[in-house]
Design a protein around this ligand. Structure first.
Ligand code: GUN
Ligand code: FE
Length: 451
């Protein structure tokens, strides 16, 4: 039983709550009560609390209590630590090439179209709705090099009530598409404009993230400038690292003075405790040690790693090195925008590693649940606000009905809450997610007018 005195209670939920804590990968609270205050923060949570005493302590009336139904539970919203909003239009196609060819053939031509604000609006609106529907309450987005369309993505996330980090992509070299590249100076200036206009809008839940695409797309001069911008404004940073063997080789050639791929980013002050790097399949133990020392985190994108035949990240090894790690869909290298897919592909990848080496300690669903929720929040340095149901955090939550009509799960016996969670993670889809909350606000289902 935990409680604290905060702002007035807006809503109280009664039922089963499942989340991860620092001490327990999965904690189940049955017949529990959770109070959300008018700021959207959790003011109390616990099993076996006395409702009438709570209502006296917190001064709320019994009519603010909502009871969960049978087969329903609350879990924290999922955190997609790496997703390219600008690639959603071709998700589910174009998966027949390795990374560098794939970028030149499919990705850059599509991304270059985001100078068209109407196209940007259409794609970004559909993706934000899609990810929310699939239970992504926090997303860390790549947009494109276009500042205005990137600001539009931030606005759309804000308008739908999703928590997000949004990055205007920076790239000043090595691009097959003629008009999809900036000069070093433009990239720096536009990043500054992006940040200034972003902060002028005062979004409560959406923040800018400094986004060098990856080392092969950026000169050392640009990487240095972006490192300085992030430092001076205390901003998040995102990029890609060590995804594919050809890319790793290219970075060695482009940055001959750096000891490793990780060292390139480190040298330009891009590895901080607010950095998230996607992939990391080929990082050495020494590089992982540098991640741990700097507090930088990794985004594991298993669908993409397999779809582009990039590699298999050994998540167990990353966790053994005490490096923070979350999961990412990496649309459209990953073909699914759903974090449930990222959960399943994470388990698959770990099992493939066990097939290859029976001594590999396979990840279990409890651990992967934690990576999809609290782990993602930690990887994005947002765990002081979100990631689980600790008192004082924002209420970012999914109301899951394992037996929702039309959903792909059939129940036969009286499964306990942990089994219901396991079945939802392995078999469920958006039809099982009956309501989505971000900072205490119900953001889904959408009002008829917004569908
Ligand atoms: N590396 C640089 N850009 C990209 C991208 O758009 N997708 C993936 N998967 N890897 C990248
Ligand atoms: Fe990516």
């Amino acid at each position: 039983e935990r409680q604290t005195a905060t702002a007035a209670i807006q809503r109280v939920y009664r039922g089963t709550f499942i989340h991860s804590t620092q001490r327990k990968v999965v904690e189940v609270l049955e017949d529990a009560l959770l109070g959300v205050d008018t700021q959207g923060k959790i003011s109390f949570i616990g099993s076996g609390q006395d409702l009438s005493q709570l209502s006296q302590t917190f001064g709320f009336s019994p009519c603010v209590v909502t009871e969960l139904k049978e087969h329903e539970f609350f879990m924290p919203g999922m955190v997609d630590t790496h997703i390219h909003a600008s690639q959603y239009s071709y998700a589910g196609t174009a998966l027949d090439m390795p990374l560098l060819q794939w970028l030149n053939t499919y990705t850059f031509p599509v991304e270059s179209g985001f100078g068209d604000m109407e196209f940007a609006k259409k794609v970004y609106t559909q993706l934000v709705k899609r990810t929310l529907r699939n239970g992504t309450t926090t997303a860390c987005y790549f947009a494109t090099i276009h500042t205005d369309a990137s600001l539009l993505l931030a606005q759309i996330a804000n308008d739908f009530g999703q928590r997000a980090l949004v990055g205007k992509v920076c790239m000043d070299r090595n691009n097959s598409v003629k008009h999809y590249k900036e000069t070093t100076h433009e990239s720096q200036e536009e990043t500054n404009r992006f940040i200034a206009e972003f902060f002028a809008r005062k979004y409560p839940l959406v923040k800018p993230v400094v986004t060098p695409r990856f080392a092969p797309s950026c000169t050392g001069a640009l990487l240095g400038q972006l490192g300085a911008i992030a430092k001076n404004n205390h901003l998040h940073i995102q990029s890609h690292i060590s995804e594919n063997p050809e890319e790793v080789k290219l970075v060695k050639e482009l940055f001959p003075d750096s000891e490793s791929y990780t060292d390139v980013y480190h040298k330009y002050n891009l590895l901080t405790d607010m950095t998230v790097m996607a992939h990391g399949c080929y990082l050495s133990d020494k590089e992982l040690e540098l991640f741990r020392q700097t507090g930088a985190s990794l985004s594991h994108c298993p669908n993409s790693n397999i779809s582009l035949c990039s590699g298999l990240l050994d998540v167990r090894n990353v966790l053994n090195h005490k490096v923070k790690l979350g999961l990412g869909t990496d649309v459209a290298g990953g073909y699914s925008a759903s974090m449930l897919d990222a959960v399943r592909r994470t388990l698959d990848t770990s099992k493939v590693l066990t097939i290859q080496d029976p001594d590999h300690k396979t990840l279990n669903f409890e651990e992967v649940f934690m990576l999809a929720t609290l782990g993602g929040s930690q990887a994005l340095s947002l765990d002081d606000q979100t990631g689980n149901f600790e008192v004082g955090k924002d209420f970012d939550a999914l109301r899951v009905n394992v037996a929702a009509p039309g959903a792909p799960i059939d129940l036969f016996q009286n499964d306990g809450p942990k089994v219901l969670l396991e079945r939802f993670l392995n078999l469920g889809d958006d039809r099982n997610i009956v309501e989505v909350f971000v900072a205490g606000r119900s953001v889904l289902p959408l009002a008829e007018s917004a569908r």
